[in-house]
Design a protein around this ligand. Sequence first.
Ligand SMILES: [Zn+2]
Length: 149
Amino acid sequence: MRVRASSFGLVVGTATCHACSTPTPVARLWVPEYTYHFEPDDELEIEADPAMLSFVSDLSAAAMVRIQAHAPWLRMAPTRTSGMTYLANHCACGAVQGDHYLGVPGEAFFPLSQDQLQGLRFLPCEGPLEAEASPGSSAWMVQVPSLGR
Ligand SMILES: [Zn+2]
């Protein structure tokens, strides 16, 4: 769906690369609230809760520059598993760390404990943001702006 937010940030964590088994930084977009629509002619919907965006594509160039300043390992990549090209985390070995995998319970972006949550860091970026993406919301995401402070 088409997502727009007036501000955004990156949640940065660590994953174990499935290809080389070493720890690698991973990041995902976070928005404090957003508007969205499925088709250009659809009515605009408003979502007032924070969310994280996965399977991000068609991102504005300005937002991409801000993202890569913090997380140069986030690059557009075609992935076989999803059949789409999206903003994906890359290990230093070159392997893509798929968005689906990173959102599995216990992995970087599905913390199961307060300790695991506190292992994440938040990096605010200057907005706005507009992209095709799949937003996902969970109660812990309201704590994101205080992570790593
Ligand atoms: Zn690797």
